[in-house]
Design a protein around this ligand. Structure first.
Ligand code: S3P
Length: 447
């Protein structure tokens, strides 16, 4: 395990960019593998989670090469329905998105494949995809409690799905859409609460017959997909990941008021991903969106975060699906804000790469921040400035706990140590370089 120390700094400033969006990168590879012909991906997140997806697709018959001298990846697809049984187990590493998307993908291919993962992934619930996939006719042999390893015996003669999601989860929705893709006829997925819609946008871009109807009164979305299309190759362009940009942006907000801002260029600002910006806005933060434009069918902008006073909030639980991955860093902002913040509606955090409610409560409490853990949230007593710091944080194989704790360290009175920096590579290779380039002070020296 490689520990890392974040030392207090007065603030960060400067301009940077972050790697490609993780959700979009997984999907770009998977959909490319299902087209007929050669697709390319520019800006792919070349981090462990996405590389695990690439390796799994190769094992299922797709050709994937990259990056070339221009940073582009090339994928030769096998067509919808063209995947073949792998020789060995498919190792999804730390990636819940990878595991769940492949369970859907394989459910309607006549293949037999076993999915495995690391200790964190092997604790996460898969029943949420296995249960709604059962009507396809696929068979799943799962570990205890529906956990990995899972062997999929895909259905050779799949039946269309009509499912109403019981968890607001883009992973579950996308698993069902991938299953529907190789199922004859029309499948329908209903999501009572909208979640990130990258799959829908990208399926349409590849020529799938997909329609999305939203009920303006309730927000409920009905997604219809006609199966077994011939998907056409796409030259994908991946926006910067707002879930990664969140770390330098919040670090920028926590500097001495009146200081210079942190700018992150080219960040995806899909409205279903920008709940963090709304929550921070409610706390009084100034984050400007500059030069709004689009990339690869997604809205992007440069985001500029100015240091200044933050006030506590009672977060609207309806924001949860739009900021679920950003909660750990939002709790760090709350720990430095004036007043006591209350976050609820966040039960899903318990089943992420770690139990993020428990992990962040422990991290903050160890560093002198008053916290109360709720079943579905946290109450955080803001220090109204620098929390004490000085403690070691257990990261539990969770990249976002690790990065949040390092941002906390920069904003505390005394350094914060993380027990293991390795997990950061699952989503944000270059995190340390990006942050130190803006003035953060991380080192592996004496604690
Ligand atoms: C993701 C969906 C979300 C998110 C995860 C990526 C995706 O998970 O937390 O990091 O790419 O579909 P859930 O579907 O579990 O909410």
């Amino acid at each position: 395990m490689s520990h890392l120390i974040a030392r207090p700094v007065d603030g960060l400033s400067g301009r940077t960019h972050v790697p490609g969006d993780k959700s979009i990168s997984h999907r770009a590879l998977i959909l490319s593998a299902l087209t007929v012909g050669r697709s390319t991906v520019e800006g792919l997140l070349a981090a462990e989670d996405v590389l695990a997806t690439a390796a799994a697709l190769r094992a299922l018959g797709a050709r994937i090469e990259g990056p070339d001298a221009h940073g582009r990846w090339q994928i030769d697809g096998v067509g919808v329905g063209g995947l073949t049984s792998p020789a060995g187990a498919l190792d999804m590493g730390n990636s819940g998105t990878g595991a769940r998307l492949f369970l859907g993908l394989l459910a309607t291919h006549a293949v037999r494949a076993t999915l495995i993962g690391d200790a964190s992934l092997s604790r996460r619930p898969m029943g949420r995809v296995l249960d709604p996939l059962a009507p396809t006719g696929a068979r799943f042999e799962a570990g205890e409690g529906g956990r990995l390893p899972v062997t999929v015996v895909g259905s050779a003669d799949p039946l269309p799905l009509e499912t109403r999601l019981s968890v607001p989860s883009a992973q579950v929705k996308s698993a069902l859409l991938l299953a529907a893709l190789n199922t004859p006829g029309r499948s329908r997925v209903i999501e009572p609460v909208p979640t990130r819609d990258h799959s829908e946008r990208m399926l349409a871009a590849a020529g799938a017959e997909i329609s999305v109807t939203a009920d303006p009164a309730t927000g409920e979305r009905v997604i219809d997909l006609i199966g077994q299309p011939e998907l056409t190759p796409v030259d994908w362009a991946v926006p910067g990941d707002i879930s990664s940009a969140a770390f330098p942006l919040v670090a920028g907000l926590l500097g001495a008021p009146g200081g210079a801002p942190v700018t992150v260029n080219g960040v995806g600002v899909n409205p279903l991903r920008t709940g963090l910006l709304d929550a921070l806005d409610a706390m009084g933060a100034r984050i400007e969106r500059v030069d709004p434009r689009s990339r690869g069918g997604e809205p992007i902008a440069d985001l500029v975060a100015y240091p200044g006073r933050l006030d506590a909030i009672e977060m609207d639980p309806a924001l949860a699906p739009r900021l679920i991955d950003e909660c750990p860093i939002l709790f760090v902002a709350a720990a430095c804000a004036h007043g006591t913040s209350r976050f609820t509606g966040l039960g899903e955090l318990r089943v992420k790469e770690s139990d993020r409610l428990g992990a962040m409560a422990d991290a903050l409490a160890a560093n002198g921040v008053g916290v109360e853990v709720l079943d579905d949230g946290l109450v955080v007593e803001g220090a109204g400035g620098r929390p004490p710091g000085g403690a070691t944080v257990a990261t539990h194989l969770d990249h976002r706990i690790a990065m949040s704790a390092l941002v906390l360290g920069g904003a505390c009175a005394a350094p914060v140590v993380i027990d293991d920096a390795a997990a950061i590579a699952t989503s944000f290779p270059g995190f340390v370089e990006v942050m130190t380039g803006l003035g953060a002070h991380f080192d592996a020296g004496r604690r």
